[in-house]
Design a protein around this ligand. Structure first.
Ligand code: TMP
Length: 235
């Protein structure tokens, strides 16, 4: 597979075309941003660690029946994926209240709700990626109700599988963000990455934060936390 020109550069990743029009190469960078680009830093080796974590997670999900964009890890920082058209929506699953939901609704972080919560955010930086609902998403013309039903069903299954996987490694999956896309043959698949950049992971016994909140909140030992997640997944 030949790496061709840069198609897109995001905050933490670059996307390259390949000689196969249905495949892209995702390159994981060390850049970290938070609060809509207000806070920026390089976390040394983050890209390398997230590439491995995301590859392990996507492989596991694929083996368990989740349709994903992931094909294979190519090297320390690159992975080969199916090219998809991304829905400009972020789907956040919350098992425990934390982060923006805790703040917005004044609920103590760590509260366990009786239900599983799925937020939708509209990916639009100018608007600050606002929280929207199903009707807004359909009104925006970026997704249909049928597609949302399919995405929500996959999201719930992913949550069950990942909660189970991380629990086995002594990690509580507090919340996480997913993105979905459509392949050229029309299949809806899970895309983007799943890593400590896009999840909240708490140590099951101590509730120590092992994710990007260490960077967002200046808690220190960011790289060590990411390494700990990889270490536990590969143990
Ligand atoms: P939040 O509490 O800031 O809404 O974040 C919920 C979860 O989703 C958390 O694990 C971080 C992840 N997330 C992203 O990966 N990217 C984003 O742009 C946002 C808003 C959240």
């Amino acid at each position: 597979m030949e790496k061709r020109e840069l198609l897109y550069e995001g905050k933490a990743k670059q996307i390259f075309l390949t000689d196969d029009p249905d495949c892209i190469i995702i390159h994981y960078k060390d850049d970290a941003t938070a609060y809509n680009n207000v806070k920026k830093a390089i976390i040394e080796a983050k890209g390398l660690i997230n590439n491995q974590i995301s590859a392990i997670v996507f492989e596991y999900l694929g083996k368990n029946g989740i349709p994903t964009h992931f094909i294979k890890q190519l090297n320390e920082r690159d992975q080969l994926c199916r090219r998809v058209k991304i829905f400009p929506l972020e789907f956040v699953v919350r098992n425990i209240i934390a982060g923006s939901m805790a703040k917005r609704l004044n609920i103590p972080e760590g509260t366990k709700p009786s239900n599983t919560i799925i937020d939708i955010c509209y990916k639009n930086e100018e608007l600050g990626d606002p929280l929207i609902n199903n009707d807004h998403a359909v009104a925006l013309g970026v997704v249909t109700y049928g597609e949302l039903d399919e995405i929500f069903a996959i999201a719930r299954k992913v949550n069950e599988l990942l909660t189970d996987l991380f629990k086995k490694h002594g990690i509580t999956l507090v919340d996480f963000k997913m993105e979905f896309g459509r392949t050229s043959d029309g299949q809806i698949v899970l895309a983007d990455e799943i890593s400590p950049d896009t999840c909240r992971f708490w140590d099951s016994e101590t509730n120590e934060k092992l994710d990007k909140d260490r960077f967002r909140r200046d808690l220190g030992k960011v790289r060590e936390a990411y390494e700990e997640i990889l270490h536990r997944l590969t143990k």
